[in-house]
Design a protein around this ligand. Structure first.
Ligand code: GCW
Length: 714
């Protein structure tokens, strides 16, 4: 086949670092532009998928061979302009694409077109996906554009890393602690640190672009000011240059008090100057942002964790989150930058129930009348970045009550791709069904007259269609590391893949995404696909069942992997006992009107549903109620019997997954088969530990026997 890419602009200024270079002996390459990337992907992708040599041509003049693929923009390519005129591309925007089958003379040709080179690159990946999944490509007429504008990863470089050498979850700059990117904070670089570009950065960039991820905050939200030093900015610029052709923009996490850090001397402030309204504070952030922008012109902005888990913030200086966010936002607005201000706050003085605290700290800011007659104080270039649920990335939570409640504020949803509470690098847990559940949850949000909104799913809130926000964002806490397969567990790649696909179009079905991934990763054989997809699709519900069934929250040991329901740690709201409230009457946290009444933070329909034990969904029962041991469940079983049954079912599912995987041995290459098999063996044992530890502990309170049909509890 022939790939035609015209006018790749070799002079395009995609780079801002003169000496950008790959490590010696690298197999990946630095590309200059998105169109060059598209050309290389087609050449490499078609070559391997079709097992045929590919001819690359730089002109569409003359005869076009049958089966050719033409990629570009109407500006770059006369052929693209002819077959996909600008008018046809009008609706797909800056990042969308059209893929179309056309005839020219006696040749059938595929044209991949975008308004921008990046759109053409996204179309290229979509086309390759069709071939890789063995879909028909004869009569294509596809138009696609993303539903959410900013599809961003947060790379916590020092925490919750489960995908690399020595990935202990702790570490720092300048260490092989499992990180994907190697920054040198101090001293001479070992030769492999940035600005040197490693193969894996390019592999990761290609993977991210293939699913439409277009931004990454490169460091942990528990931020190290080193990322704002001149030395690091030079390294960040090199990384930004390498990722730019793939449409991936950089952001950095910052500490609110960075201006006081002596590393920035002589340009430092004192604590008393950290008033977010002061010219000193704003001026400092403007200068810092200007310095970054000088070497990274498309730098996105800053992610901020403030007054959260010991991080400093505006409250330390007598201001609230709105003041703080707006202060930095005003400083960077003239530079076109954005602030992602996290809402993961849970100050115990605010309320007894940790889950209510974020809305109490942020909600009123959204309701405040402004001098210009509008409502809501948060600036337009700020996103409040809110985790999907009100606790902390548990395998099942109700959606966060702030979604829908903050109608005057840009809201980004934060999902966790790295499997902190969902099996880390040991358990096979496909998270897309959880994200689908969240994004498709009905908020029952109403307008100011109390009338139900027409588009009011969490996804509609996030994509701006519910409450008319033009700027939109979805964030995934990344699971990339320096492991050869980038994610540690082979199946964790599915979570990154699914995040990107759902970020692009949250209305997709997680099962269809699993099918694509399985075909692209393992096999197109029907039996293999259906077996693996079935394993994946039930894996999250199984995890919920053997870890935290029926809506019970956080029962983890300190490392967030194993169970410890009896534990009280240094503070209530980190302690399993605070969440389970086990006693002789029952189990679960009363957040109904007789308890903390978190239910009342939701819109009225859900407030009523969650607040009543007879109408709350059973999978969230203990999230909202202290459930009596003998409460009758839908199955007819008592709550106690149902609880034990759930734990048992969860473990049995893992046993089934292990057996199902074993049955696929003839179809899977030996190395990956063995690696997944070993993980599944651990997974099964550890799921059993969850069940046994939990059930035996609950039994001390329930005083009831383990039901016989609960299966073989060891
Ligand atoms: O879930 C907790 C994690 C922390 C994390 C924090 C947060 C980066 O255990 O590792 O800190 O959430 O989201 O800020």
């Amino acid at each position: 086949s022939t790939v035609i890419v015209e006018n790749v602009d070799e002079n395009k200024v995609y780079r801002h670092t003169a000496d950008l270079s790959m490590e010696p002996g690298s197999t990946e390459k630095l590309v200059e532009s998105s169109l060059e990337a598209a050309r290389d992907e087609l050449e490499r992708g078609l070559g391997t998928l079709l097992d045929q040599p590919v001819t690359v041509r730089a002109t569409s003049g003359g005869d076009i061979p049958d089966g050719s693929v033409i990629v570009g923009t109407p500006d770059s390519s006369p052929a693209v302009a002819q077959f996909v005129p600008a008018g046809d591309l009008a609706s797909v925007g800056d990042e969308g694409y059209v893929v179309r089958s056309v005839s020219k003379g006696r040749s059938n040709v595929t044209v991949i077109a975008g308004n921008t080179e990046l759109g053409a690159l996204y179309g290229t990946f979509a086309f390759l996906r069709l071939i890789q999944t063995q879909r028909p490509v004869q009569n294509l007429n596809i138009s696609e554009s993303p539903k959410i504008k900013r599809r961003v990863l947060n790379n916590w470089d020092t925490e919750r890393l489960y995908a690399g050498n020595n990935a202990t979850g702790t570490g720092g700059l300048n260490g092989e602690n499992g990180q994907i990117f190697d920054f040198a904070a101090t001293g001479a670089s070992a030769g492999r640190n940035l600005p040197v570009i490693l193969d894996r950065y390019i592999v990761a960039a290609r993977a991210m672009a293939s699913v439409g991820v277009n931004g990454i905050t490169i460091n942990n939200v528990n931020a190290d000011n080193a990322y704002l030093t001149t030395r690091n900015i030079a390294q960040e610029a090199a990384l930004a240059d390498a990722l730019r052709p793939y449409g991936i923009k950089l952001a950095v996490s910052i500490r609110y008090t960075a201006p006081t850090d002596s590393r920035f001397a002589p340009d430092t402030l004192t604590n008393s100057q950290l008033d977010p309204y002061s010219p000193a504070f704003r001026g400092w952030w403007t200068r810092k942002a200007q310095q970054i922008q000088a070497s990274i012109p498309d730098f996105m902005g800053f992610t901020v964790k403030a007054n959260s888990e010991g991080q400093p913030g505006p409250q330390d200086f007598g201001y609230d989150h709105g003041d703080g966010a707006n202060g930095i936002a005003a400083a960077v607005a003239p530079l076109g930058m954005t602030i992602f201000w996290r809402t993961f706050v849970y100050n115990a003085e605010v309320d007894n129930d940790r889950l209510k605290r974020a809305y109490l700290e942020f909600g009123y800011i959204d309701d405040e009348p402004q001098p210009d007659g509008t409502t809501g104080r948060i600036a337009d270039n700020v996103f409040l970045q809110t985790k999907n649920g009100p606790l902390d990335f548990q395998a099942r939570e109700p959606f966060h009550p702030m979604f829908g409640r903050m109608e005057n504020t840009n809201q980004a949803i934060e999902l966790q791709i790295t499997q902190e509470y969902t099996g880390q690098n040991k358990m096979l847990t496909y998270l897309a069904p959880m994200w689908e559940e969240v994004l498709k949850s009905d908020t029952y949000a109403t307008d100011t007259d109390g009338k139900l909104l027409k588009n009011r799913l969490v996804g509609n809130i996030v994509d701006g269609t519910a409450q008319h926000h033009p700027d939109t964002a979805i964030v995934g806490v990344a699971n990339l590391g320096n492991a050869e397969n980038l994610t540690g567990h082979h199946f964790s790649q599915a979570n990154l893949f699914a995040f990107g696909r759902q970020a692009w179009d949250w209305t997709l079905k997680s099962e269809d995404i699993a099918k694509d991934w399985t075909r692209m990763t393992w096999s197109n054989d029907g039996h293999v696909v259906s077996t693996i997809v079935k394993m994946m699709m039930g894996s999250r519900e199984a995890l919920v069942s053997y870890q935290t069934p029926l809506g019970i929250g956080h029962q983890f040991t300190g490392n967030h992997y194993g169970p410890n329901p009896a534990e009280w740690t240094t503070r209530d709201d980190w302690s399993p006992v605070y969440y389970n409230k086990a006693d002789s009457a029952g189990l679960g946290f009363d957040r109904s009107p007789t308890g903390s009444n978190l239910a009342a933070q939701y819109f009225p329909t859900l407030e009523r549903q969650y607040g009543n034990i007879d109408t709350v969904p059973e999978n969230l029962m203990m999230w909202f109620h202290h459930v009596p041991w003998d409460h009758t469940m839908k199955s007819g079983r008592t709550f106690w019997d149902e609880l034990v049954y759930r734990y048992q079912m969860g473990v049995q599912y893992v046993t089934w997954m292990r057996e199902a995987w074993d049955s696929l041995q003839p179809h899977i290459d030996a190395r990956r088969f063995g690696e997944v098999r070993a993980k599944l063996a651990t997974h099964e044992v550890d799921a059993g530990t969850w069940r046994d530890t939990s059930v035996n502990y609950w039994k001390e309170f329930s005083g009831r026997d383990i039901p016989v049909d609960g299966g073989p509890l060891s």
